[in-house]
Design a protein around this ligand. Structure first.
Ligand SMILES: *Cc1c(COP(=O)(O)O)cnc(C)c1O
Length: 377
């Protein structure tokens, strides 16, 4: 049996006619840049997320960079980020000559540790960037409370959690990426809402911030050739927007398919002493961008080799933590400062999860995982 981490081809086959027609329409109109599909997608994306504005851009990394430009962060300002995340989160900060300040994550939930944030706040701290890692929201109520008390901006990195929902203690529910000042997401092909190339967007409630985000993504102009602020060139292609217009109505079904596959893994693995299944936060739904287990009592890397032998792909997100990356070494880059992240980099393992998982496929993966572990005991 052929198993993949994600099955983009199978997903495409089910919507092929609509996608092909949408792409062809863009080509017929040669409206490759800023075609009407981009504006349509922005409206639909905002509606889906129950947020006032969605501002499309070229990719998720740009979304983070533009968000920090919108909030007028200045060189030397400190921005708090989880150290267990994809590099893009810290990269956007460093590019603008801001200082990424790393914070360890929660041992069970993998998202930024709220208790650790407050210890890292200085007079230079200007923003917190929580990452809704693997598809589950960080503890936003705690983070927003700290931000309010210290007058900090909150930029959510929701590249992995589009469609996840957060429930506040008063019962209010909000979509991932709509709770802070700006939410940044990505439409990289393998993300939960993926296009067929690069794409990204910012989710914003405040009208002025949204206007500014749109300007910055478009060379700092709102009227052609009137460049009021320094911006960049970060557009969502019309072809990508057309594809996203076809796919957005399926996002809830896609997330549900991932949740169903995760529930089967949970059921099969929860009693195994060698596997910690992903913990669930009480305050967030989980859209399982990744199904990430912790491997205990057997060597994780040996398990990967066994799985590969048995035809089961798996991935480590992320094998080298940010504090040990050459480009991001800091005064406090010692491993002892980030014990949880250090541990996770040695024990986490993401198993195949996607929208096209069949029962046969998942049976094959589950028995392959169980056999591989047995062989290592
Ligand atoms: C994918 C991802 C990004 C960056 O998105 P791109 O569209 O690839 O630039 C940022 N943060 C996280 C957590 C991601 O997973």
């Amino acid at each position: 049996m052929k198993v993949q981490m994600v099955d983009l081809k199978g997903q495409y086959e089910r919507i092929k006619t609509d996608v092909d027609n949408a792409i062809q329409e863009v080509i017929n109109n040669t409206s490759f840049i800023n075609g009407k599909q981009v504006a349509e997608f922005a409206v639909e994306l905002a509606k889906y997320n129950n947020v006032n504005y969605a501002v499309p851009c070229a990719n998720g990394t740009d979304a983070l960079q533009i968000a920090m430009m919108v909030l007028n962060l200045q060189p030397g300002d400190e921005v708090i980020v989880p150290v267990h995340t994809y590099v893009a989160t810290a990269e956007a900060i460093a590019l603008l000559k801001l200082e990424p300040v790393f914070v360890d994550v929660d041992e069970k939930l993998f998202t930024i540790s709220v208790e650790q944030i407050e210890k890292k706040i200085t007079s230079k701290t200007k923003a917190i960037v929580p990452v809704h890692l693997y598809g589950q929201c960080a503890d936003m109520e705690g983070i927003l409370d700290i931000a309010r008390r210290h007058n900090l901006f909150v930029i959510e990195d929701t590249a992995q959690a589009i469609g996840a929902e957060y429930t506040f203690s008063d019962g209010t529910r909000k979509k991932a990426g709509t709770m802070g000042d700006i939410g940044c997401t990505s439409f990289f092909p393998s993300k939960n809402l993926g296009c067929y190339g690069d794409g990204g967007a910012m989710l914003i409630n405040d009208e002025q911030l949204a206007k500014k985000a749109k300007m910055i993504a478009s060379h700092g102009q709102s009227i052609k050739y009137h460049h009021d602020i320094v911006g960049c060139n970060s557009r969502l292609d019309t072809i990508q927007a057309a594809i996203l217009n076809v796919k957005l109505p399926y996002l809830d079904d896609y997330n549900k398919a991932r949740q169903e596959a995760a529930a089967i893994y949970d059921q099969e693995f929860h009693n195994m002493e060698e596997i910690s299944i992903p913990a669930r936060a009480s305050y967030s739904s989980h859209v399982y961008h990744q199904y990430t287990i912790k491997v205990k009592g057997v060597n994780r890397d040996a398990l990967i080799d066994k799985l590969t032998e048995n035809g089961i792909p798996s991935m480590i997100y992320y094998p080298i933590p940010l504090h040990r990356q050459k480009a991001y070494l800091q005064n406090n880059s010692d491993a002892v400062n980030y014990p949880i992240t250090e541990e996770l980099s040695k024990t986490v393992l993401s198993l195949p999860i996607h929208t096209e998982m069949t029962k046969d496929m998942q049976d094959f993966i589950v028995s392959g995982v169980k056999e591989s572990i047995k062989a290592l005991k």
